[in-house]
Design a protein around this ligand. Structure first.
Ligand code: NAD
Length: 310
């Protein structure tokens, strides 16, 4: 039987509609809207296109959006001063520095300079620590892992007690999603295995997974025979494997052989149109949440009860 396709495009719309409602309610109660600044240093075409999409989505959601485009030769000190300005600006609830920054700027220093309470990407060490603790400590969930968790929840996938295998241990996807799904609480409570380049029996681990999350950046890494029949497969990989001669656009493939895998899995995400569209939606959700918390309007969080002993 062919798997149910979990569409990131459809879920993105659902989440953005919720964000728009939240913005309208905030405006009614306080006369204010969430503010997001997107800082782009230099002219990398890929970064420009990501930032354009973020700005467009923020404006659609009714946010106050500041687009701060800076020359590639801006000094680290100038960029830090700029960030400090936004840290102190009460109209700004989310600060986003598009990565990577030019080589003469220390990326870690930039991430650390952002006020953790405005760090809607959740890359600041304070937010990484909050995620590790879980429960009430969490302010923002990192956007791609948060998108994955929402795909599981909104597709009705049973997470509690499930065997989850995460392929890849990056700081932005593999490690945080593994921590999030292992926490005690709603949308979590899974038994998680994190596998990587030094794992001895990758196929054997994958075959055990009720939920298989693949974020390796290797096209077609996961073979169809590695998938447990009926499993939910979340393919995070976005790999450019060629150029479409008619459209001139990049041909994108995931880390899973989608066509064959969908005949075995119970649920699966496509590439493109899967996890990708969720990431920006979760960024908007985080910005709304930041404004709600700052203005004292109740927001929601997925990870509850993490400090309950069990
Ligand atoms: P990364 O390169 O930082 O990490 C990849 C991880 O995969 C590493 O931990 C490595 O150990 C592991 N890995 C690589 N090859 C492996 C192999 N053969 N066997 C086992 N483990 C292996 O990558 P990342 O930033 O986590 O991104 C992973 C993929 O997800 C990329 O294709 C990236 O483009 C994509 N991505 C998509 C989104 C999105 O929004 N859709 C967001 C982030 C990343």
């Amino acid at each position: 039987m062919t798997a149910q396709i979990i569409s990131g495009k459809e879920l993105r719309k659902e989440i953005l509609d919720e964000v728009k409602l939240g913005v309208a309610e905030m405006k009614k109660k306080t006369g204010r809207v969430p503010g997001l600044v997107t800082i782009l240093v230099g002219e990398s075409p890929a970064s420009q296109s990501y930032v354009r999409l973020k700005i467009k989505t923020a404006l659609e959601c009714g946010f106050h959006e500041i687009q701060d485009t800076l020359p590639a030769n801006i000094s680290e000190a100038e960029l830090l001063a700029r960030i400090e300005g936004y840290n102190n600006d009460p109209a700004i609830h989310g600060i986003l520095v598009q990565l990577p920054v030019p080589k003469h700027i220390d990326e870690k220093k930039i991430i650390k300079a952002i006020d953790p309470d405005k760090d809607v990407d959740a890359f600041h060490p304070v937010n990484v620590g909050r995620l590790m603790i879980g429960g009430d400590a969490v302010r923002f969930l990192p956007c791609t892992p948060a998108g994955i968790q929402q795909m599981l929840l909104r597709s009705g996938t049973e997470i509690c007690g499930a065997e989850v295998v995460v392929v890849g241990r990056s700081n932005i996807v593999g490690k945080p999603i593994a921590v999030m799904l292992a926490q005690k609480g709603e949308g979590a409570n899974a038994t998680v295995t994190l596998v990587h380049t030094a794992t001895r029996d990758l196929p054997g681990h994958c075959r055990r997974a009720d939920i298989l999350i693949v974020a390796a950046g290797v096209p077609g890494l996961v073979k169809p025979e590695w998938i447990k029949p009926g499993a939910t497969v979340i393919d995070v990989g976005v790999n450019r494997v060629g150029i479409n001669s008619k459209t001139g656009k990049a041909i994108l493939r995931g880390d899973v052989d989608f066509e064959k895998a969908k005949e075995i899995a119970g649920k699966i995400t496509p590439v493109p149109g899967g996890v990708g569209p969720m990431t920006i939606a979760m960024l908007m959700k985080n910005t709304l949440l930041s404004a709600q918390l700052t203005l004292g309007i109740t927001g929601d969080q997925v990870l509850d009860d993490a400090d309950e002993k069990k």
